[in-house]
Design a protein around this ligand. Structure first.
Ligand code: ATP
Ligand code: MG
Length: 570
């Protein structure tokens, strides 16, 4: 391709965006921002995305069948699974104006994921045990009403995803296939050039199981996720599920002091409370009242400085979901305004779950369950019976230990590039999709789903592979393999030679872009080449005479070589 004809050239005065990938991809002419979280892929960007998706496709073709499902679907499919009301990023389309409305008032869901489409699809085609297992995948645009779109391609409202769905006659078979996908993913990320920085982390399996799901996380300073790594067991946990032991507090040998209820009106947050009471934050207690999906009211408490992890809480409280109780419920249960809940004197019917960080303290603080009051110098065994059991219901934080190995976690920022998720019978049941076994009996179908964020990966690659001059694309995803720069092109003989080199490369099927601009300075061309980040740069100029200058984007060294040598190297 001729750079002079390329749509989407580098932008000299492009501003800095909130992330390196947005800044470099926009400046380099790969993408154009339409609005926050929504981009046009220009020619260079389209090429990179296509290369990423082709690698994914090649690996997925080994374990599944490619299909292409629609982006818009009837709301009824989503109503059938109950997710129309519950998915918090779900968007729908409505007619935009009265003319459109007059033609049709139909509303459609803009799919954020495709279980609601793929399950009925599979049901239409396959029911006999003979045809199981099977898997369908697609590479497609997804829509999510993300509250905060940021970091360029890392989080968009519209983004690209490969989604794979598998169907099985047993849980064992689902789990077997799950391992196969893991292997395919390892291969995929390694081909994409992010293999050595991508780890498998344990994550929440969703509300229908206590199992973990698995996330493929690329370690990356700008990533939104936090991983807790336990070195001695070599396990990465997503923060949301990392089991944790709070570092011990140092004052257990203090003498018990008389309990006191002190007035502290309208104090928000444990820091402020600790300051006000002149005690360490670790002596404060955060108590929250929750309602469970099965209709119970429960209290959960963590040491000041921590927050309650709702997923951990729901597991220990043996229910599918917990949500913060309404103001009314809090008032009824604590007999106080919101903000003064504590673990003292709660009604019997309220189950109390105490995090282990609350244990082993003397003279601690807790809300008094009395408007404007906090109780201090509270002690287990004297003011509150020592509970039979403490739990781990907190959101882990830096400094925490792994409860099994008692070693402090290493903490890493990462971005999720893929996710594999056992669905069990959740969707097959919702669509009454069963298979017919050997005896002609109907049996439940087990499903798994497996995503890879192809557009996010494009952003992550830039986050990981760049220097102060621009992008440094790994070969496998670079928009071109060779960036041929022609200098001194006003000189006819050099111009002819440069075009001859270009034609010769094309003939040898070298994937080359040729900067054939006549008016552009050498400096500009070199800085454009560095910014665009193609793996090999070739220069034809007055100075190179009958040779060609060869340089790798990753190296400083240049060499003068003959065309044959260059073709040999490429
Ligand atoms: P996240 O926790 O980052 O929101 P998710 O758990 O919602 O991700 P999945 O539903 O598993 O993500 O989607 C599969 C993959 O799609 C993710 O692993 C990620 O790579 C990508 N992805 C998800 N949301 C976005 C987004 N808003 N923009 C770009 N890529 C995304
Ligand atoms: Mg999400």
């Amino acid at each position: 391709m001729l750079y002079s004809k390329l749509f989407g050239k580098t932008k000299k005065n492009s501003k800095e965006y909130d992330s390196t990938n947005a800044t470099l991809l926009i400046k380099g002419g790969f993408i154009d921002q339409v609005m926050a979280g929504t981009y046009t892929y220009l020619t260079l960007g389209t090429k990179v995305l296509a290369k990423i998706e082709q690698i994914i496709r090649e690996e997925m073709d080994k374990i599944g069948n490619e299909v292409f499902m629609p982006s818009i679907t009837p709301a009824s499919l989503w109503q059938q699974t109950g997710r129309f009301e519950t998915v918090d990023v779900l968007m729908k389309t409505v007619p935009a104006n009265k003319f459109a409305l007059a033609k049709s008032d139909a509303e459609y869901v803009l799919n954020p994921t495709h279980e609601e489409v793929v399950t009925p699809l599979a049901k239409k085609f396959i029911t006999s045990y003979k045809d199981f297992p099977f898997a369908l995948y697609q590479i497609q645009t997804k829509f999510r009403n993300e509250p905060r779109v940021k970091s360029g391609l890392l989080r968009g409202r519209e983004f690209r995803m490969k989604d794979l769905y598998s169907f099985h006659t047993s849980e064992e078979d689902m789990k077997k296939y799950y391992e196969k996908v893991k292997e395919a993913y390892v291969k995929t990320f390694s081909r994409l050039g992010i293999g050595k920085d991508t780890v498998v982390a344990l994550a929440s399996g969703g509300s229908f199981t206590d199992d973990f799901s698995h996330e493929f996380q690329t370690l990356c300073d700008t990533g939104e996720d936090t991983l807790f790594y336990d070195k001695s067991s070599s396990v990465y946990y997503n923060r949301e599920v990392a089991p944790s032991l709070a570092p011990e507090v140092k004052y257990h040998d203090e003498k018990m002091l008389p309990r006191q209820d002190v007035v502290g009106e309208g104090i928000i947050g444990v820091e402020e409370l600790a300051n006000f009471l002149k005690i360490p934050v670790e002596k404060t207690t955060k108590t929250l009242i929750f309602e469970t999906d099965d209709g119970r009211v429960i209290a959960a408490a963590v040491r000041g400085g921590y927050d309650v992890n709702e997923d951990k809480l729901r597991k220990v409280a043996r229910c599918k979901a917990v949500k913060l109780a309404s103001e009314k419920t809090v008032k009824t249960v604590t007999k106080a305004e919101v903000g003064y809940a504590g673990i003292l004197d709660l009604p019997k019917e309220v189950e109390v779950y105490l995090d282990e960080s609350v244990a082993n303290r003397t003279n601690f603080e807790t809300g008094a369950n009395k408007t404007h009051y906090h109780s201090i110098n509270v002690n287990f065994g004297r003011d509150i019976p020592l509970p039979k059991q403490f739990f781990d219901i907190k959101i882990s934080k830096r400094g925490d230990l792994n409860p099994k190995t008692k070693k402090e976690y290493q903490v890493f920022a990462a971005s999720e590039v893929g996710n594999i998720f056992p669905l069990y019978t959740k969707f097959s049941e919702a669509f009454d999709y069963k298979y017919i076994d050997r005896e002609g009996k109907e049996k439940p179908i087990y499903m798994g789903c497996y995503g890879i964020g192809s557009s996010r990966i494009m952003g992550i690659i830039v986050e990981k592979y760049h220097d102060e001059r621009g992008i440094v694309w790994p070969k496998a995803v670079a928009p071109f393999q060779v960036h041929l720069v022609g200098l001194d092109l006003k000189d006819e003989s050099i111009k002819t030679k440069a075009h001859e080199v270009y034609q010769a490369l094309l003939k040898k099927n070298v994937d080359v872009i040729f900067d054939d601009r006549v008016e552009t300075t050498a400096g500009e061309k070199f800085s454009d080449a560095d910014l665009i980040g193609i793996p090999t740069r070739l220069v034809v100029s007055k100075r190179t005479a009958d040779k060609i200058e060869f340089k790798k984007r990753t190296e400083k060294k240049t060499e003068l070589l003959s065309l044959d040598d260059i073709i040999g190297r490429l």
